[in-house]
Every structure is written in structure tokens, then in C-alpha cells.
Design a protein. Structure first.
Lengths: 187, 207
């Protein structure tokens, strides 16, 4: 029994624990910095509990993301803070989106984060899995328990919504190039 | 050949590397010729990178990694219930043994203190084994005995195990310094000074 436990711990350490940073950064975008640690802890506790059900020939990271999503949804159901996106079916890809404006990575981090937080949760998760974690559509479909077509439409609509939100935040900021003459000086 | 409409429909799949090899070749052929679509692809790629950069900057605190480890693979957490029970029982036994020794010591000290007050020096007849005091202390407590250099020092071990010093005197000379008597049982007539664990010898007999 001890040997079995030791081996299980060894495999968990080898297969699951290295994905802690990926699970954390995703959790942080889902629930915010205050609750991210708890969500990660709960995810790994559940993963440890059901580790026997994990097939070592498959991708452990995708398995952990799936648990993360389930824990997150379970929490939402308890707290009823945020409605997850309900798939209505027949979501169409928007082909002629006008991709104008540059996305400068370094300057936009704060705007991107703010815009991500405003996306419907399932759009946000699909984008995080594809763009940050480089998951394939098939993996995302398994993690989010939906058809690949739904993944495609979530990414398509989510990215366009995200771009609009980033631009809206950027436009709302005062430009640093504004002339300073309008500043009233004391006589 | 892909046109703009076809390409825009698969733009996300193209930047995500999800297009088939044939479709990728067609998409790239169109992008090579169409500046507007190329700009769209670049900007979608830019958004992808911007998201990655914004999100990847955060790392879990070392305390979180340690908490997760403790609650999963840490040995204490994953011990089966019976092992924990055995460990708890062992801990209780050790605790009891320690406290029993302390208890025994406390009782002995209390009795000794009571004896101090109740029992003044008095005449006694005491039987016991004559042993070398320093050798006995060496045997029991690891005391650095000087017997090989200075000779043995006789002492009386009573039947209850207590060791009594034999006070120097005319009658006690042999009991203290005659090594030939060591190991013999003797009966001492004299006076006992309990507080000093000592006996003054009036006479003795080897039994």
C-alpha cells in the first residue's frame, strides 16, 4: 500500500505538478488574483483524489484544465456570481471583421487584461487555452466539453469582441501626445 | 485558389495552425498576393501575442506551490489511515513512557524529601552488597572512574538498590579500601544519615 502511494505521488509529481504555473495563470484570469490560489489548490486536490482515472498516455495539462473548469463552474454555481456562457448553437463566424490598429504587446498588457475580464467566461477560457496555452482545438473541445465547431466560433467571436474592448479602453485614455497648452497656469 | 472571403473565414484556424497542410498552402498563396488579408492576419497574430504576454507575466507564489505539494504528494498527507493510527499510537506510547519516567522521578523525589524530614540520623543494621562506588557509577551512568589509578572505593548497595556511602572511620577502613571484600554481602551496624545517603560504621560482619 505504501509502495502504491509512493508511486502515485511520484507520478503525480512528474505529470501534474509541473503544470501548476499554467493552471495558476488561467485560474487568475478566470476568478481574479484574490481567489486564484484557492481555485488552483482545489483543482490539484481534486486531481490528486482522482489521479487513478488519469490516462498517462494522454495530456495531463488538458486533464488539469478540464478539472479547473469543473471546479470553477462548481464554484460559480455555489456563489452565483457570474453566469457562464450558454451555447445557443448556430453561432456564426464573422468573416469580414475589420482588423484595424496594431496590438503592441508591451504597451497593451493592462488593457488586454481588463478587456479579457469583460469577455463572457467561456469566450475568455477558449482564448486563454488557445492563445496562452497553445492548446489545439481538439484539446479545447475536450476541456470545455463542447464540439470543435463551438470552439471555433467562441474563438472567432471572442477575439473580435476582445479587440473591440481593447480599442474602447485605449480610446478612453487621454493621449500622451496631447498638447500641454491647455493646462491653466497660475498667474 | 482562396479568395478574401474564404481566407477571412479560416483566418483564426490559420493563425492557430489548425488548417490542413493543403489549406495552409492555399491560404499562404492568397496572403502572398493580398495586402489587406496579410494585414488582417498580422493583426490577429498580434492580438494573440498580446494576450499571451499579458497573461504569462504572472507566476504562482512559491507558498502556493508548497501548499499544493503539502496537500497532495507530501508523505504525511498521503499516509493511509492505519499508518496514521500506528504513528499516533507510537507517539502516545513514547509520551506515556516519558511522562511515566518523569512521574516515577517526581514520586521518588517526593518520598526522598519526606524521608529527609521524617527521618533523622539513627542507629541501624543494614545488609547489602559491598561494591566499588566509582565502578558502579561508571557502569550505571558512564562516570569516568579513576579506580585503576587510585584504587576502588567500597560502598554498600542495599537490598532495595540504593547505594550508601560508607563514612571513613576506624571500623570502616577495610570496607572502603580492601578490594578483596568487594562483591561480598555484609551486615553493618552503625548510624544512618539519610540526607547524605551515608552510614557511619560501628562494626560489620561479612556474611
Amino acid at each position: 500500500m505504501f509502495l502504491g502511494q509512493t508511486l502515485r505521488a511520484k507520478h503525480f509529481e512528474r505529470d501534474a505538478l509541473p503544470h501548476l504555473p499554467a493552471v495558476y495563470r488561467t485560474a487568475r484570469q478566470l476568478v481574479g488574483v484574490e481567489s486564484a490560489d484557492d481555485l488552483v489548490q482545489e483543482t490539484f486536490l481534486r486531481a490528486w483524489k482522482y489521479f487513478e482515472t488519469f490516462d498517462p498516455t494522454t495530456n495531463c495539462r488538458a486533464w488539469l484544465f478540464r478539472i479547473l473548469r469543473n471546479v470553477w463552474i462548481g464554484r460559480w454555481r455555489k456563489s452565483r456570481m457570474e453566469l457562464p456562457l450558454v451555447d445557443t448553437g448556430g453561432e456564426q463566424i464573422e468573416p469580414y471583421y475589420d482588423w484595424e490598429g496594431e496590438f503592441l504587446r508591451e504597451e497593451l498588457s493592462a488593457d488586454v487584461e481588463r478587456a479579457l475580464a469583460e469577455l463572457p467566461p467561456d469566450y475568455r477560457l477558449a482564448i486563454l487555452l488557445a492563445d496562452v496555452e497553445d492548446c489545439t482545438y481538439e484539446e479545447i473541445a475536450r476541456i470545455m466539453e463542447c464540439p470543435i465547431g463551438t470552439v471555433m466560433s467562441r474563438l472567432n467571436r471572442g477575439r473580435r469582441m476582445l479587440a473591440k474592448l481593447i480599442r474602447a479602453h485605449g480610446d478612453a485614455k487621454p493621449s500622451s501626445n496631447q498638447p500641454r497648452e491647455f493646462v491653466r497656469r497660475k498667474p | 485558389m482562396m479568395d478574401c472571403k474564404n481566407l477571412r473565414e479560416v483566418l483564426d484556424l490559420y493563425v492557430d495552425g489548425e488548417l490542413s497542410p493543403e489549406a495552409t498552402v492555399q491560404a499562404e498563396a492568397h496572403l502572398a498576393e493580398c495586402q489587406a488579408c496579410r494585414r488582417a492576419a498580422d493583426r490577429l497574430q498580434g492580438l494573440r501575442h498580446a494576450v499571451k504576454t499579458a497573461v504569462s507575466q504572472y507566476q504562482p507564489a512559491p507558498q502556493l506551490a508548497s501548499r499544493v505539494r503539502k496537500s497532495t504528494v507530501s508523505p504525511w498527507h498521503r499516509r493511509p489511515a492505519w499508518a496514521l493510527a500506528v504513528a499516533t499510537a507510537a507517539l502516545l506510547i513514547v509520551a506515556f513512557a516519558v511522562s511515566a519516567a518523569q512521574l516515577r522521578g517526581a514520586v521518588a523525589n517526593t518520598l526522598e524529601a519526606a524521608a529527609f524530614h521524617l527521618d533523622d540520623s539513627r542507629s541501624v543494621v543494614m545488609e547489602g552488597l559491598l561494591l566499588c562506588r566509582d565502578c558502579q557509577l561508571k557502569k550505571e551512568y558512564g562516570y569516568h572512574a579513576m579506580c585503576p589509578l587510585k584504587g576502588h572505593h567500597g560502598t554498600l548497595q542495599a537490598k532495595d538498590g540504593k547505594i550508601w556511602n560508607i563514612l571513613d572511620g576506624d571500623a570502616s577502613e577495610d570496607l572502603i579500601h580492601n578490594s578483596a571484600l568487594l562483591g561480598r554481602t555484609v551486615r553493618i551496624h552503625g548510624r544512618c544519615f539519610r540526607r547524605a545517603s551515608s552510614i557511619e560504621v560501628d562494626s560489620y560482619e561479612v556474611l
